[in-house]
Design a protein around this ligand. Structure first.
Ligand SMILES: [Zn+2]
Ligand SMILES: [Zn+2]
Length: 94
């Protein structure tokens, strides 16, 4: 068996099987990589706003945090977001 040409890691194998866009979010520094269902754009403050892909799980998880009263603070300027719509002015289903 020739192991030199075969994909060597689990992630390489998944990558080659899955051409669908994946969620770009991280929770606790672990990339999510679920199938993306949402396109979101973060508010622009001290960082240039970037387009992101989010899966249903992350989308509802972040809504859930806001429902619990969690505020997200920008790591750069300290601006607080108290609702999903303030943090992500643009959110559209793919
Ligand atoms: Zn900021
Ligand atoms: Zn996700």
């Amino acid at each position: 068996m020739n192991t030199a040409t075969a994909p060597t890691t689990f992630e390489d194998i998944i990558e080659s099987l899955n051409p669908l866009p994946a969620c770009t979010f991280r929770f606790d520094d672990i990339p999510c990589r679920h199938r993306a269902e949402w396109h979101v754009r973060k508010r622009a403050c001290c960082h240039p706003s970037a387009a992101d892909l989010m899966c249903d799980t992350c989308y509802f998880r972040i809504h859930y945090f806001f429902d619990l009263g969690v505020h997200f603070e920008c790591a750069g300027c300290g601006t607080r977001s108290t609702t999903f719509a303030t943090m992500y002015p643009i959110a559209a289903r793919l």
